[in-house]
Design a protein around this ligand. Sequence first.
Ligand SMILES: [Zn+2]
Length: 205
Amino acid sequence: MSWDRFDYTETSNCACGKGKVTRHSYREDDDWNRTRYGTYGMDIECPECKSKYHIESITRHYFCPSWKGDGVSVRTYLVPNGFTIPAVISARTFVFSKIDERIVAEVPYDGIKAALDDMVVNKYTTRLQSPYSRQIVQMFKKALKKTRLSFITPVLAEILNNYDSYKWTFEKISQFRITERERIESNEAKIAEVLKKSFELNFQS
Ligand SMILES: [Zn+2]
């Protein structure tokens, strides 16, 4: 399988408007009609801007269905010398493979306790009263295709017995999110501060 490569140059206005910035790019196609793009260098072809700025890019990942794109946005700037764009901080994604870890992460302690009481008292999934019980039954159904309470209640009892041994409980994650949000917000403010002094490049072939 081979890729056919096609090199091309794109240009953008520079910050002062008297010159330009060029970007060297390529496009590759294979026998399966797949295409990939890349860049391998940029030049500030303006003496004035070259003495004041350097080039930096900022990459952000966002949710995007695969048929619409790769979920990555890259924006490129002339950044004044002496400044640099801080790296983007993204919200941490928690992924748990085990059902008990997932329940502990998504349902508060009181909710797990209420669900267990509810299941013990009401005995059948159809008679459950607490929204937490229904949430937990749905999680078991999705993950293990099991909804029998005789299977679920021992798991919940075990969770409550060992609650302190879990690293990421609902309560700890909530606390983590508060601190994380503050960290992201102050970082975004720093990014915005640098971008305000910078000039965004808009490359066209
Ligand atoms: Zn210029």
